[in-house]
Design a protein around this ligand. Structure first.
Ligand SMILES: Cc1cc2nc3c(=O)[nH]c(=O)nc-3n(C[C@H](O)[C@H](O)[C@H](O)COP(=O)(O)OP(=O)(O)OC[C@H]3O[C@@H](n4cnc5c(N)ncnc54)[C@H](O)[C@@H]3O)c2cc1C
Length: 436
């Protein structure tokens, strides 16, 4: 860097953590210091992807444009996928970007950094299960969630036609993984499919003819969360006619069925894989410590062994307070890490030594949405240090407020409020499920 060049913080990944950091840092220091790189043009809060998949949330209306936010929040946005980091030259390399018609929009480029923050999230881990990558859909991005939605519409139309011809036909949807993603998707699909009959698919009896099965390898769903929560969620799913199979490890996926290790066959027309995560593979090429799911190993300052490289959110392995444990891959963690990194990045930009801090995760509990009027959750230590359990509409409202808090961190109060009111009003004028 020459004397006149500004210190450049480059944040790769504008997700739950990266975008919050870029917006807050950009507001303070401006676009010559703060760069955000993302392979997508629009941001969507990843915990909403199950709603995109079910068609109850329209990405074209709900997505926030990184370009638009760049002007408002004062960061420079670079559109493209990072494939390589040259730590010696302090350069990141980006793939060329092509339009839908395969016309090159941006060539392959490289971008200089002084400080690099990797916030590239995670994707589904198929654990080498034969057929999983080929036949199952993973809700890793808006593009994948949209792909699922279109497949679902196609399958519903096909099922409706077959049902009109053949009395005992049922559409089978299999969801592998009974964590928050699988549970939320199962409930959302049940509600979205129930609405489909009002849109002309009236040969179907959604409760009977659309069978949703959730398969989980552990002996209970939501196994990382308190038992009370998993029991409540299980009951809510069963009440909705969703089959919950625990202690079932899927060993093979085929076009029309899933098989467990004992060879039991579970027929599926549509399969979602939501069992486990891994960080993007390019992180392994950085010649820094990575764990077996490609997460970059960082210290409690979120710094890697290279003092210019930080990592946060799902792509980082961060020690937890409990001996030998690491922080879970949660939006709440990414959100708190963005706030933690803000003063550290400010010190980097100002050329100061970074003060010794240690990231402490304050676990406010977990909330899981089980459809539009229900939720289950466990809130920990919010007021008294006790563990609170909430259910029903209150839990659902609290769940929705998490999304609002994310918008608040990015957009500020006035814009979040007007956006929320605008969306509420628009919802009244369009179908609940996106059909086209
Ligand atoms: C369906 C679903 C439901 C969930 N529900 C919950 C929930 O209820 N509560 C909860 O706490 N957590 C939930 N999670 C997990 C939560 O979404 C993640 O923990 C959180 O989003 C992680 O934030 P992040 O900033 O690390 O990464 P992400 O939010 O995943 O963002 C990563 C960003 O990096 C970009 N990117 C990736 N690779 C590259 C590259 N090579 N070059 C450029 N850009 C790149 C991506 O486009 C993306 O914008 C859910 C996840 C899913 C999929």
């Amino acid at each position: 860097m020459t004397q006149t060049e500004a210190h450049r913080v480059v944040i790769v990944g504008g997700g739950a953590g990266g975008l919050e950091l870029a917006a807050k840092l950009g507001r303070k220091f401006g676009p010559q210091h703060v760069y955000l790189v993302d392979k997508a043009g629009d941001h969507i809060w990843k915990p909403s992807l199950h709603e995109v998949a079910a068609g109850t949330l329209d990405i074209h209306r709900e997505g926030l444009s990184y370009f638009m936010l760049a002007k408002d929040k004062g960061y420079t946005f670079i559109f493209g996928e990072v494939t390589h980091v040259d730590r010696d030259a302090r350069l990141i390399q980006l793939k060329p970007v092509f339009s839908d018609q395969q016309v090159e929009v941006f060539p392959a480029r490289s971008l200089r950094y002084d400080t690099l923050v990797l916030a590239v999230g995670s994707k589904s881990n198929f654990f080498g299960t034969p057929g999983a990558a080929e036949f199952a859909i993973a809700l890793d991005s808006t593009a994948e969630a949209e792909r699922f939605r279109l497949r679902l519409l196609h399958e519903l139309v096909t099922a409706n036609r077959k049902k009109a011809e053949q009395v005992d036909y049922a559409l089978n949807i299999g969801i592998v993984g009974g964590g928050a993603t699988g549970v939320e998707l199962a409930a959302e699909l049940r509600e979205a499919c129930a609405d489909a009959v009002f849109y002309g698919l009236n040969s179907l009896d959604p409760q009977k003819d659309i069978q949703i099965t959730l398969l989980e390898g552990a002996d209970r769903i939501l196994s990382a969360l308190p038992e009370k929560m998993s029991a409540a969620a299980r009951q809510l799913l069963l009440d909705r006619g969703i089959a919950v199979k625990t202690s079932v490890r899927v060993a093979r996926v085929e076009a029309d069925a899933l098989y467990d290790a004992q060879g039991t066959r579970y027929p599926v027309d549509l399969c979602v894989w939501a069992a486990g995560i891994e960080a993007p593979a390019f992180l392994k090429q950085l010649r820094l410590d990575c764990n077996r799911v490609n997460q970059l190993v960082v210290d409690s300052n979120l710094r890697s062994a290279d003092p210019a490289v930080f990592a946060m959110g799902d792509c980082a392995q961060v020690p937890w307070d409990q001996e030998g444990q690491f922080l879970p891959a949660k939006a709440q963690v990414a959100h708190q890490q963005a706030a933690f990194l803000l003063p550290i990045m400010a010190e980097r930009i100002q050329g100061k030594e970074i003060s010794q801090r240690a990231f402490r995760f304050r676990d406010h509990g977990s909330l899981v949405s089980v459809g539009h009027s229900r939720g289950v959750g466990s809130l920990m230590g919010v007021l008294t240090g006790k563990n609170w359990f909430v259910q029903g509409l209150l839990a659902r409202l609290m769940y929705m407020s998490l999304h609002l808090m994310h918008h608040l961190a990015i957009l500020g109060f006035a814009r979040t409020a007007s956006l929320a009111v605008g969306r509420l009003l628009m919802k009244r004028g369009r179908p609940r499920v996106k059909l086209h």
